[in-house]
Design a protein around this ligand. Structure first.
Ligand SMILES: *Cc1c(COP(=O)(O)O)cnc(C)c1O
Length: 486
């Protein structure tokens, strides 16, 4: 399968080579057969590669250079905010006072760490316009679920037991309906109108006494700001429902508009997106949830509070939904987000939003003649194109994504949102230079030209990568294939 001469670690193996050194044994040797029942013991020796330390080092360094990350190249994956994560965040997260604390330590011995968490909460309250924030949820979807569990507890506390439905627009992030379902609600979908915004008539039609909440991804996954939020708030609140804001991509509105001021009752943020926690590859995230005052009693416990000059965890919360994560959230990611907020300052955070939106609009306008632009209006931090014109030439959006690999780019999100045919969803983020944006646009324009003049080159892409097209279903279902000795 591999085109170049990079050997597998097993192919590098030479019997007797070792990559470790252990001290001489100073305890009596034990017979493994006495320790482990025979049924559990392997019958043959494990097939492990035998390689010297330096060769292992070179092998994995070479492999790591083939990986695509934000630090190695442009990564315009829509709805993922793959932006640069400043390295100062890493330095601060590694301060021994942060890195070496144990969650079971006595509160009096970790006041500094608790102060950081408290200050971060205060900053997020200010940024979102909410009344209180919990840092417990471990990621965005977890924050959504946490928020919906609070909505459920709120309605139940009011004896309002018929509110079983959560309304989700068809342009929402895919995790929204999933979280609603996991939280035990029935999901009701509302349509988008021709402008890509929530259809208010359709919303009025579905809202009623059984509405628990509306979940709004804003900007929606088409990259468009929902222009009728105040009307939506009136409709949903008028029926007794709660309003939830999916703020994973806050870098589209941060320091310009606040969910709390728009009438939202709950919001989640993705600190591993907007606030530069590294992500991708399933690393730890942080999905804090902010709430308005009437939902504070339901926050997961413990709640971090300040009493006189001390920070304490308040466990005396009879209406709390419980804990949603062991201990107090992913502290290391919260340290990074705090460092980011403090180094950027209020003006810096505002500039983030302005550049994120400017960059997306700039690219959208450069590409609008070569690709179809389904919604020709100002976008926020991301935008969608359609490859339907190229599809008529026999070049699918998947082919365009594969061809981008030849130019050294991680492809954008494709075939999502579902309501756009041959969708290409591009999120440049604010950290990229104009030169980088231009180079990517040039590649996209060249691919559009190739689709017309020489479609095979796109259909057969990638040509310059280490391996060609994978069987993606097999790769997802069986990521590790057992090495077969030749
Ligand atoms: C990324 C994202 C989520 C989910 O966040 P995770 O941390 O991946 O669970 C939810 N909503 C939107 C709009 C997102 O972009």
């Amino acid at each position: 399968m591999h085109k170049d001469d990079q050997a597998l670690i097993f192919e590098l193996s030479t019997p007797g080579r070792i990559g470790y050194s252990l001290p001489e044994m100073d305890v009596p040797e034990t017979d493994i057969n006495e320790l482990i029942p025979a049924g559990y013991l392997r019958e043959e020796e494990a097939e492990l590669p035998e390689v010297a330390e330096l060769d292992i080092m070179r092998h994995y360094t070479a492999l790591s250079n083939r990986n695509h990350g934000v630090d190695s190249g442009f990564y315009p994956l829509g709805s993922c905010t793959m932006k640069y994560n400043p390295k100062i965040n890493e330095n601060v997260a590694r301060f021994p006072g942060f890195a070496h604390v144990h969650p079971l330590q006595d509160e009096s011995s970790v006041q500094g760490a608790m102060e950081l968490m408290y200050d971060l909460q205060e900053h997020l309250i200010e940024i979102t316009g909410m009344d209180q924030v919990t840092l417990q949820p471990a990621a965005g979807a977890h924050g959504e679920w946490t928020a919906l569990m609070m909505v459920r507890a709120f309605h139940e506390a009011n004896g309002d037991l018929k509110r079983t439905k959560v309304i989700v627009p068809d342009s929402a992030h895919g995790t929204n309906p999933a979280s609603a379902t996991v939280a035990g609600f029935e999901t009701i979908t509302v349509k988008s109108d021709d402008n890509g915004l929530v259809d208010l008539d359709d919303l009025r039609r579905v809202v009623g006494e059984d509405t628990a909440a509306l979940m709004l991804t804003n900007p929606n996954t088409l990259g468009l700001f929902e222009e009728h939020i105040l009307e939506m708030a009136e409709i949903v609140h008028g029926a007794g429902g709660k309003l939830y804001y999916d703020g994973a991509n806050l870098n589209a509105v941060m320091s310009k508009a606040r969910p709390g001021d728009m009438g939202f009752d709950l919001v989640h943020l993705n600190l591993h997106k907007t606030f530069t926690g590294p992500h991708g590859g399933g690393g730890p995230g942080s999905g804090p949830v902010g709430v308005k005052a009437d939902l504070i009693p339901f926050l997961p416990k413990p709640v971090l509070v300040k009493q006189d000059d001390k920070y304490v965890f308040d466990y005396d919360r009879p209406q709390a939904i419980g804990r949603v994560k062991p201990y107090y959230g992913n502290f290391g990611i919260n340290v990074r987000a705090y460092t980011y907020i403090r180094t950027m300052g209020p003006d810096g955070l505002k500039a983030v939003t302005e550049y994120a939106v400017l960059n997306a609009n700039y690219m959208m306008r450069r590409l609008q003649d070569a690709y179809d632009l389904p919604f020709d209006r100002h976008c926020k931090h991301e935008f969608v194109l359609s490859g339907r014109r190229q599809k008529k030439l026999g070049v699918r959006t998947l082919d365009i994504a594969k061809r981008l690999l030849d130019f050294g780019y991680h492809p954008p999100t494709i075939y999502f949102p579902l309501n756009v045919e041959e969708c290409i969803m591009i999120e440049p983020t604010e950290t990229e230079s104009k030169e980088t944006l231009d180079a990517f646009c040039d590649a996209m324009l060249q691919i559009a030209k190739e689709a017309e003049e020489n479609p095979e080159i796109v259909q057969e892409a990638p040509h310059n990568t280490v391996i060609g097209r994978l069987d993606e279903t097999l790769a997802a279902r069986k990521p590790v294939l057992r090495y077969q000795k030749q």
